[in-house]
Design a protein around this ligand. Structure first.
Ligand code: HPA
Length: 270
């Protein structure tokens, strides 16, 4: 994927939905958060040049622009995952389009498995750092200097000021949220119990199949990033019960109101 191709996609997106400084990527189950905005405009990914069709269940494939409390926000309703077979440059195409649409603050959300034994399904976790165990990077290939440097510093991918805003929002709501390290695994199989023991030893608190490539591309492009995980299930080997996509979606639904309210509060602060 070339810079010119990304630019063409961004121009088409801008004509359809306009620009904004803040954007949110909706993970599994959070899909209809877009319905809570006013003056909504939408464009399907498949109507944008260079975009593939997203295939993951629970992920619509569209950009939404809307307003809440007078603030304009862009929403990525559905994302692309490595397990769908996409090239990593396609996975981060929407993130780079958001950058070209003027986005400075990016909120990434996902459903994740709880690795930390103190977590419970239904917990919300603010991501403080990531571990990439896929061995892959969306920045592999010729560097797109229009976005950022060849060797990005990822010591602070998750922006301290946005983390502070998130902590403050949760505190004001009287909501206790967890914090921790998110480990990116390739999927589509959920992990084995041995893999979960391994990543816990390595320092992971939650595990999932997304978010990290988005965070890498956003960091490369100089965007501020906030990451929020909904712990939808305990990771493999912790509870004596199977892990199912159904459980992931059901837990997501159960705490949807809380998750939405937290994001609403954060939006007021950034
Ligand atoms: N593992 C990987 N991805 C996930 C999980 C999990 O346990 N739960 C939700 N997404």
């Amino acid at each position: 994927m070339t810079y010119e191709e990304i630019l063409r996609a961004a121009q088409a997106a801008e004509a359809a939905i306009g620009t904004a400084e803040t954007a949110i990527v909706l993970g599994s189950g959070l899909g209809d958060y877009g319905e809570t905005f006013e003056n909504v405009r939408r464009i399907k990914y498949t109507d944008l040049p260079g975009f593939p069709a997203s295939t993951a269940p629970g992920h619509a494939g569209e950009f939404i622009a809307g307003e809440k409390n007078g603030k304009r926000v862009l929403i990525m309703n559905g994302r692309f995952h490595m397990y769908e077979g996409f090239d990593l440059s396609q996975i981060v195409l929407p993130i780079r389009v958001l950058k070209l649409l003027g986005v400075k603050n990016l909120i990434l959300t996902n459903a994740a498995g709880g690795v930390n034994m103190d977590f419970r399904p239904g917990d919300l976790m603010m991501i403080t750092d990531y571990i990439n165990l896929t061995g892959k990077s969306p920045l592999t290939g010729p560097n797109m200097a229009e976005f950022g440097p060849r060797f990005p510093d990822v010591s602070h991918v998750f922006t301290p000021t946005l983390q502070a805003a998130c902590r403050e929002a949760a505190e004001q709501m009287g909501l206790s949220i967890k914090e921790g390290v998110y480990c990116w695994m390739p999927g589509p199989c959920y992990e084995t119990p041995a893999e979960i023991r391994m990543i816990r030893t390595l320092g992971a608190d939650a595990v999932g199949m997304s978010t990290v490539p988005d965070a890498m591309a956003a960091c490369h492009a100089g965007m501020n990033v906030l990451g929020l995980s909904c712990i939808t299930n305990m990771a493999a080997g912790i509870l004596d019960q199977p892990i199912t996509h159904q459980e992931v979606l059901e837990t997501g639904k159960r705490i949807q109101a809380e998750f939405r309210a937290l994001i609403d509060h954060i939006l007021e602060k950034i």
